[in-house]
Design a protein around this ligand. Structure first.
Ligand code: TSJ
Length: 651
């Protein structure tokens, strides 16, 4: 086999080297998102194996040396020689681009349409990767490394060929790898990111036990361990999202399949007025929606109206509520599985396949009609109709109110704009609007700014929580209306990006809980009502310093708790520290130097995902359940903003 193997091997290595040359083509970025992608490529393989009925456990371990490990109790990657490739199945998986764990599509129902670049990409972008396979009484091992030869890096080269190293009676696969720090800006896996995604996967794949062990954190003498296992699947997911704010105890759950898709859906009403639809295709979140969501929405509207008429929840002379009316306060999770997925949209998170709309609509309609004819579910439909009717009324009233505001627009708006210190320059591409927490910080910012392109809008107190209130009430809020008038784009359906007067909209809030809250509220508002502003990258968060370390003339600003000891050491004996509790404690010059000067400041661009997360944060924060709120805050609220954001900057 010798010679043949060698030549083939070189071709293979060239493939992996191409990945290293252009990582972005395969994993999007070399920031934190790309780093985590390495892990998801591996995890996806285990999920596939288990969803096809082989095994029930996946254990992910994050080690102190920076490596990550994924272990499952499936059948174990085949070790026999692959008929076309002439090398072991294991070697194919880690050296062939696009091979993944998926040898052909008969093996796995819906594979291949997943993230899809395969485990070889993880190998190509790792320092080393070690795989163990447990199969048919034997334990096998194989090892890859990115080795330097004549000054060039060869990615993912075989350093230990596949060999049997012992006997075992178990089955499964275990892969451990160390991301290459020559590729990634930072190779630290985020506990939050990993934990959140594994929890999500456990919801989406009911009954699978997914364990996260994080050896970097100790809890009571042993490494932190989380076990995610949800026998209720999407039902449990909806309960989790609604976090005790549900209006009826049991989410409605439906499932079905056609030639093209398999579908599951669960929904439940909450006491809030927002619609929250979370959709997935082959376990991948589709945050921009798409044809499956369109089909779902039509089905809900039609089924609700049809059954409501039949049960006389809607009287003969009453009009049908609209879809948006029914969806107010509804949390929905839709998950479908299909082949040949086409993703579209700004972030490639929108399902484009046109044939899927009807497919989803038919299944959901039929299942909903069946579900609502059952006695135990009639109450939920009755509630839906009651809410739908109320929402329709408010919608009509808001429409009238809006028409009135439009008429007397100019006078009133000029009043509101009073608080805004606008920029003198007229080039909107260069102009920046700072939304600043508090009047005193607002005052400093007004003095500090470069008025030729920077505008300041001080916010007094907390602006209204956009999540909780209806559109009409949001619009009535003075601060929000000032923002809307200042930006010039209009909102909701009227939103028109081409009228945007400030191409950077920068939120400046304090580094404390209230500040985080204000930031989340504003992000939620923009996410809900001016999403185009977020998706086109116009929304930013400014980072004020947490400390000033000073010794005589020398002064240094510190933006995170982590940095503080380093700076202190560098400055040496005789220093003093000032802690900034709020923006208001800085004088105009300091505020300019640290936070506003385009040459020195750090801005974090907000993406749609951040904004959607802010919303979830608020849902939890503002809920009525005080215990849940407390535990959420202690678990998630990282007020050390530099860390949290520096991570995002890598995106
Ligand atoms: F691909 C990978 F290396 F990233 C990876 C694959 C990583 C991990 C942690 C697990 C797996 C994996 C692959 N788990 N289970 C499998 N299963 C197969 O590859 C497999 C096993 C048996 C058969 C068969 O036909 O007998 C077919 C396949 C595809």
């Amino acid at each position: 086999m010798g010679k043949h193997y060698d030549s083939k091997d070189i071709v293979v290595l060239e493939g992996l080297d191409a990945v290293r040359m252009r990582p972005g083509m395969y994993i999007g970025t070399t920031g934190t998102k790309g780093l985590h992608h390495l892990l998801w490529e591996i995890v996806d393989n285990s999920i596939d194996e288990i969803s096809n009925g082989f095994g029930n456990n996946i254990t992910v371990t994050l080690f102190r040396d920076g490596s990550a490990q994924v272990e499952d109790n499936g059948r174990g990657i085949p070790v026999d020689i692959h008929p076309q490739m002439k090398v072991s199945g294991v070697e194919v998986v880690f050296t062939q681009l696009h091979a993944g764990g998926k040898f052909n599509n008969e093996n796995y129902g819906y594979s291949g349409g997943l993230h899809g670049v395969g485990a070889s990409v993880t190998n190509a972008l790792s320092r080393w990767l070690d795989v163990k396979v447990y199969r048919d009484g034997k334990e096998y091992e194989m090892r890859f490394e990115s080795i330097t030869k004549n000054g060039k890096i060869r990615s993912g080269a075989v350093v230990t060929p596949l060999k049997q190293i012992g006997s075992t009676n178990r089955f499964g696969t275990c892969v451990r790898f160390l991301p290459d720090d020559r590729v990634f800006e930072d190779i630290t896996f985020s506990h939050e990111v990993v934990s959140k995604r594994l929890r999500e996967l456990a919801f989406l794949n009911k009954g699978i036990e997914i364990v996260l062990i994080d050896e970097r954190y100790m809890r009571g003498g042993s490494p932190s361990k989380k076990v995610f296992k949800f026998n209720g699947g999407l039902k449990d997911f909806v309960l989790y999202l609604n976090n005790n704010r549900a209006e009826h105890p049991n989410p409605i759950y439906i499932s079905g399949k056609s030639d093209l898709i398999e579908l599951e859906c669960a929904f439940q009403y909450t006491s809030s007025y927002t619609e929250n639809i979370f959709s997935y295709v082959n376990n991948i979140p589709t945050s921009e929606g798409g044809t499956h969501e369109t089909g779902l929405k039509s089905a809900i509207t039609r089924a609700f109206n049809d059954v409501a008429r039949r049960l006389n929840f809607l009287k003969d002379k009453e009009e049908n509520p609209l879809g948006e009316d029914y969806r107010e306060g509804m949390t929905v999770v839709l998950a479908i599985k299909m082949r040949n997925v086409q993703f579209e949209g700004q972030t490639k998170t929108k399902l484009g396949n046109p044939e899927i709309k009807n497919e989803v609509e038919n299944i959901v309609y039929n299942q909903l009609v069946t579900v609502f004819e059952k006695n135990e579910n009639k109450k939920v439909l009755e509630l839906a109709v009651k809410k739908g009717k109320a929402a329709a009324k408010v919608r009509e009233a808001a429409k009238r109110a809006k028409e009135i505001t439009r008429q007397k627009n100019s006078i009133e708006n000029s009043n509101l704009i009073g608080k805004l210190a606008s920029a003198s320059g007229k080039k909107s591409e260069l102009n920046e609007l700072f939304i600043v927490e508090g009047d005193s910080a607002g005052g400093s910012a007004k003095q500090a700014r470069d008025r030729s392109f920077q505008a300041i809008l001080p916010l007094r107190g907390k602006p209204l929580n956009a999540e909780k209130k209806r559109l009409a009430q949001v619009l009535a809020n003075e601060e929000i209306r000032t923002i809307i008038s200042a930006l010039g784009t209009g909102i909701g359906e009227d939103f028109d990006l081409s009228n945007l007067k400030y191409h950077k909209v920068i939120i400046l809030s304090d580094a404390d809980q209230d500040g985080a809250h204000i930031r989340a509220i504003l992000m939620t508002f923009f996410f809900r009502y001016m999403r185009g502003l977020v998706t086109n990258g116009h929304l930013y968060i400014g980072l004020p310093p947490l400390y000033k370390v000073q010794k005589k003339e020398h002064e240094e600003y510190v933006y995170s708790d982590q940095e503080l000891p380093e700076v202190i050491e560098r400055v040496g004996k005789g220093y003093s520290i000032q802690r900034y509790k709020g923006l208001g404690e800085m004088n105009p010059e300091q505020l300019w130097d640290t936070t506003m000067d385009p040459q020195k400041r750090t801005l974090v661009q907000v993406n749609v995902e951040d904004a959607a997360n802010a919303e979830l944060m608020i849902t939890t924060w503002m809920g009525d359940d005080i215990e849940a709120r407390k535990s959420y805050i202690s678990e998630h609220a990282n007020f050390n903003k530099k860390d949290e954001f520096a991570e995002k900057k890598g995106l």
